[in-house]
Write a protein that binds this ligand. Structure first.
Ligand code: MN
Length: 732
């Protein structure tokens, strides 16, 4: 059977100049081997007496760096620069010496590498822009600088076990933040995936070793499975006369790790860990092969990607699909030509003409030039970064809707930001969110790859706290606009009421004065932009009501000004209390507002026990007022439409509502107290708790708790779900 012949970048202990020459000769027999040997001797002499942290002679490092460059089939300048890359930095060799002994372009690459090694990388997110600026400047002159640097970093990562733990984490973090995106942007997948896996090993060793164990544990079975699958695919293709070289292997650890994170699940639940690659002779056969695969196996909807028609920004081309394989397991299939495969593994290096070396144009890439130009024109790091971000697959957070649509949000974005990004109305009515299928609080921080589902309720409206939760300025301004509009509407109502009371003193009414056009005239005299503005100004006390009445000729007071003034004052005082208590005014004792009735008492139906945030319906009972049911209540008799009445949650109501939750746990000591502690920490009252052990050694609890509303319930459920012992939580 055939497995991927991945480029192997392992540390080679016994690498020698002879071996390097032999390897170059295999693909480039006319190379200048004398120059290669000269570079080796030069480096060995310069580094004489120096040791690596592993205790080995230092020369083993440049030898391995050159070895990696040979695996990537780079040109002789790069290989020699790989051998010499540390001599300016670590030994007292000058760039002029290198130029004299070798060539200007080799000296230039080495100088570029020395510059990069002097960059003090900052690890904080906001300094990433600065790091990239410096990298861009260093590699702008010659792209080979960055490829040699990647080879250097590869060997340092490969020998990371010899340095202190602190240094391991620092270097691994830097690699993940700086070098992985660069390798990805240059399309050098073989380097990118290898670096990612080593980073995982040092940054999340527990995950790495568990994956390694799981994947090797069933290695025998898996290889049999891969072999059988390849045969089945091969037969299908041959039926239609398509020749293909097929390889299969488990995906690299980091991509499995990313999947686990994205879906919020464990390794056991990741099924599509196997990837198969079909190498076919030409593009027509790629699509033909795809047709055969899709008609032989069931494709997973939404997983087909055509990077041949639309190549990735790093020139990667391939067809991707995921199907249900012959043994009912999900498998990922990539179909491409051998040229595409070479580009996929080696990226930009695949375009190198090692025979001719590189001259002029090819050492630079347009996007780097553009970045450099941009770099000179902006002072602002954030602006620069947003530009780099487009080019380098880093930066914001990319999250998915349940349908697979992608949204780009800024770092630190919350589900509420996402809701507003989807639609303003979705934002306004957001009561909760599920991330990767799990309930989360609204202030949860989203990560790239998260699938976000927003829960809404018609009765939900924005509140002031939301401004502190959201990160995007768009969401902030939407919330502010909403709050202002609500306040405006309230003030208009209060202004209307105050004026109507005022006008009643003069035996007329607001309605009459609107109709006669007198109020419109007053508007001009008062200098207000609209009649609504008069109402608002009355409500906030800017226009005392006598000022408005004085602006209307027929209301000008002549007789007994004393009595009138005191009456108007009374009205103004009333208006002020109205404005102040506007918030509390809305029947604060009622949990719900019943359409068209001011103070009808409503009762919560026992059958479904609605809590604020739930969609609800009112039901007019015979003789017992109105009962409130959840809209999805099964006992609610929807047949009797005449008795239904529109009701809304009263946003001012703040009593606690009882609700039951069922919790299933592993049967371990201390589970009950862990749950109670978690509830206490959230200030959730417990009314009662029933516990029992099930026969399959699980614990089953029913808690009756008191929550303010639906979003508090969601928060509570998600915090209990987060407990280690807990298997599931549901509303009882
Ligand atoms: Mn080095």
């Amino acid at each position: 059977m055939s497995v991927y012949h991945k480029l192997d970048f392992s540390h080679e202990r016994d690498l020698s100049a002879d071996e390097l020459c032999r390897r170059v000769e295999s693909y480039y027999p006319d190379a200048d081997f004398a120059l290669l040997r000269k570079a080796y001797n030069f480096a060995e002499k310069a580094h004489e007496g120096q040791k690596r942290s592993s205790g080995e002679d230092y020369i083993i490092h440049p030898l391995n760096v050159a070895g990696t460059l040979i695996k990537l089939r780079l040109d002789m300048d790069s290989i020699i620069a790989g051998l010499l890359h540390d001599v300016v930095e670590d030994c007292d060799v000058t760039p002029e010496e290198i130029e004299k002994e070798f060539s200007t372009s080799i000296a230039q690459i080495v100088v570029g590498l020395t510059k990069i090694s002097k960059i003090k990388f900052k690890t904080k997110e906001e300094s990433q822009a600065e790091n990239f600026r410096k990298m861009v400047v260093a590699m702008a002159k010659d792209l080979r600088v960055i490829i040699v640097k990647l080879a250097d970093r590869m060997h340092n990562m490969r020998t990371l076990q010899y340095v202190s733990e602190e240094k391991q984490r620092k270097i691994a973090n830097e690699t993940l933040e700086i070098y992985v995106p660069l390798a990805s942007r240059l399309g050098i997948n073989s380097v990118k995936t290898e670096l990612e896996d080593i980073c995982l090993r040092y940054l999340h060793p527990e995950v790495y070793y568990r994956l390694a164990e799981k994947i090797t544990m069933k290695k025998g079975d898996r290889e049999v499975y891969i072999g059988e699958t390849i045969n089945i695919i091969q037969d299908k293709l041959l039926e239609y006369g398509v020749q293909a070289e097929i390889k299969g292997r488990p995906k690299h650890f980091f991509s499995i790790f990313k999947k686990m994170n994205a879906r919020g699940v464990d390794f056991e639940q990741i099924h599509d860990i196997l990837a198969f690659r079909l190498i076919v002779p030409n593009i027509t056969e790629c699509y033909k092969g795809l047709g055969i695969i899709h008609s032989s196996f069931t494709p997973i909807p939404g997983r087909f990607k055509d990077y041949i028609a639309i190549p990735k920004v790093n020139n990667y081309q391939s067809l991707h699909t995921t199907v249900i394989g012959p043994k009912a397991e999900r498998i990922e299939i990539q179909i491409r030509t051998s040229e595409m495969d070479e580009v996929a593994e080696k990226g930009i290096a695949a375009h190198w003409k090692y025979k001719e070396g590189i001259s002029g144009g090819e050492t630079k890439l347009k996007w780097i030039e553009e970045l450099l130009e941009f770099n000179q024109n902006v002072e602002n790091n954030a602006e620069f970064m947003s530009h780099v971000k487009n080019d380098l697959d880093i930066g914001g957070v990319f999250v998915f809707t349940p349908n697979g649509d992608v949204f780009e949000l800024r770092y630190g974005a919350t589900p509420l930001d996402f809701a507003y990004a989807v639609h303003t109305e979705v934002g306004h009515h957001c009561v909760g969110a599920k991330v990767n299928g799990k309930m989360v609080p609204l202030k949860f921080t989203l990560k790239s790859g998260d699938t976000v589902e927003i829960l809404t309720s018609k009765s939900q409206t924005p509140n002031k706290d939301w401004i502190n939760i959201v990160k995007s300025s768009k969401a902030k301004s939407k919330i502010k606009a909403w709050l202002l509009r609500v306040e405006r509407d309230k003030n208009i109502e209060i202004g209307k009421e105050t004026l109507d009371k005022t006008f009643k003193l003069f035996d007329t009414s607001l309605k009459a004065l609107l109709k006669s056009g007198e109020l419109k005239k007053a508007q001009k005299e008062l200098g207000a932009k609209s009649i609504d503005e008069i109402y608002i100004n009355v409500a906030v006390g800017k226009y005392p009501s006598e000022r408005v009445s004085q602006a209307i000729p027929e209301l000008r007071v002549e007789e007994d000004p004393q009595t009138m003034t005191s009456k108007l004052e009374e009205i103004n005082t009333y208006s002020k209390t109205l404005t102040k208590s506007a918030k509390r005014k809305t029947h604060k004792d009622n949990a719900v507002i019943v359409d068209g009735f001011d103070d009808v008492m409503a009762r919560m139906a026992k059958c479904c026990n609605a809590i604020p945030g739930d969609p609800i319906i009112g039901y007019i009972t015979r003789g017992r007022g109105i009962t409130i049911h959840r809209a999805d209540c099964t006992r609610f008799d929807i047949g009797d439409l005449a008795r239904q009445i529109h009701v809304e949650w009263n946003p001012e109501f703040s009593f606690k509502h009882p609700v039951s939750i069922r919790i299933l746990t592993h049967d371990r000591p201390g589970v009950l107290s862990a749950i109670s502690r978690s509830l206490n920490n959230m200030n959730i009252g417990i009314r009662s708790a029933i516990a029992k052990s099930t026969t399959d050694r699980k614990g089953s609890f029913i808690f009756e708790i008191e929550v303010k509303d639906y979003s508090e319930l969601l928060k509570t459920i998600s915090s209990i779900e987060a407990l280690e012992e807990v298997i599931s939580v549901s509303r009882g």
